[in-house]
Design a protein around this ligand. Structure first.
Ligand code: AMP
Length: 280
């Protein structure tokens, strides 16, 4: 695996690789890697000649400074995992590399996506996601991008930003299913922050999603949302939302014959966890 810290060296390296006919698959991450990230690396390896992983904890997508400060960092382990996983290139930029002094943040028109669910509870978050993706796509210019379904709304935002940048014909997006612990908890870097007691409670999120999937066969969307929300609160979660949404728009599901997705965000003593489950 080759390590790059500078865009000015990575860009010509990748240009040469592409000239030699090698297709580039890209897996952007914020590190503290787990099996979820590694499943994206594997997916990239299957379809591309060269797999590039980036590790960059993007300050502009954190609406909560405390969350940014406490974001887990396990760099030595990450490098080991990527080496063992056969990743070809690791891009490890400093903040100034992604946001040089002359960087002027533009505004990305995300429409309703920006104001629902994660957008509502994390103001500015998706503009930050768009900024970092804009810059990373400019540097890596991959043929294929690999994203986790764990961040359902983020996948939609990134597909939108690719279209806004006029790159829909250059880069195709592959959404990889969520990798879970055996008890159902979606793998997440933030799980490292859970105490033993919190870790025991955390699978309740997935249980609530499974409940929603089953209960929707006989109950209304509103009744299912209400019960799932109440069950989580009873178990000590501070729930931002438990929502059953149209899978294509993330607006409230009004037509249950269309594909739907259940999405949840909840805090356990200040640690914010998200998960989702496609329903039909
Ligand atoms: P992050 O490091 O949290 O920014 O995540 C980097 C990428 O890994 C994103 O595309 C995530 O959606 C994806 N990812 C995170 N957790 C999982 C998981 N449990 N299963 C599959 N993909 C994941």
């Amino acid at each position: 695996m080759t390590l790059f810290k500078k865009a000015e060296t990575l860009i010509p390296y990748l240009f040469q690789q592409k000239q030699n006919g090698r297709s580039v698959g890209f897996v952007p991450t914020m590190g503290a890697l787990h099996q979820g990230h590694l499943s994206l690396i594997r997916a990239a390896q299957k379809r591309n000649d060269l797999t590039v992983c980036s590790i960059f904890v993007n300050p502009t997508q954190f609406n909560n400074p405390d969350d940014f400060a406490r974001y887990p960092k396990t760099m030595d382990k990450d490098v080991e995992a990527l080496l063992a996983g056969g990743c070809d290139v690791l891009f490890l930029p400093a903040v100034g590399e992604i946001y040089p002094p002359a960087f002027a943040a533009r505004r990305y028109e995300l429409g309703a996506l920006e104001n629902v669910l994660e957008g509502k509870y994390r103001p500015g978050h998706f503009q930050g996601v768009c900024q970092v993706m804009d810059r990373l796509l400019e540097i890596v210019a991959p043929a294929e991008l690999y994203l986790g379904q764990k961040d359902y709304q983020q996948c939609m935002v990134i597909e939108r930003v690719i279209a806004l940048l006029g790159k829909a014909g250059e880069v195709s997006v592959n959404v990889v299913p969520t990798v879970r612990e055996t008890d159902g908890l979606a793998m997440s870097s933030r799980n490292l922050r859970l105490t033993e007691n919190q870790r025991e409670k955390a699978p309740a999120l997935y249980k609530a999603l499974r409940f929603a999937k089953d209960a929707l066969a006989t109950q209304s969307v509103e009744a299912v949302e209400r019960q799932a929300d109440a069950a989580l609160r009873q178990q000590g979660f501070a729930v931002d939302y438990f929502a059953i949404a149209d899978a294509a728009t993330l607006l409230p599901a009004t037509d249950v014959s269309k594909p739907m997705v259940a999405l949840v965000a909840a805090h356990l003593d200040g640690i914010r966890l998200i998960d989702n489950l496609p329903l039909n």
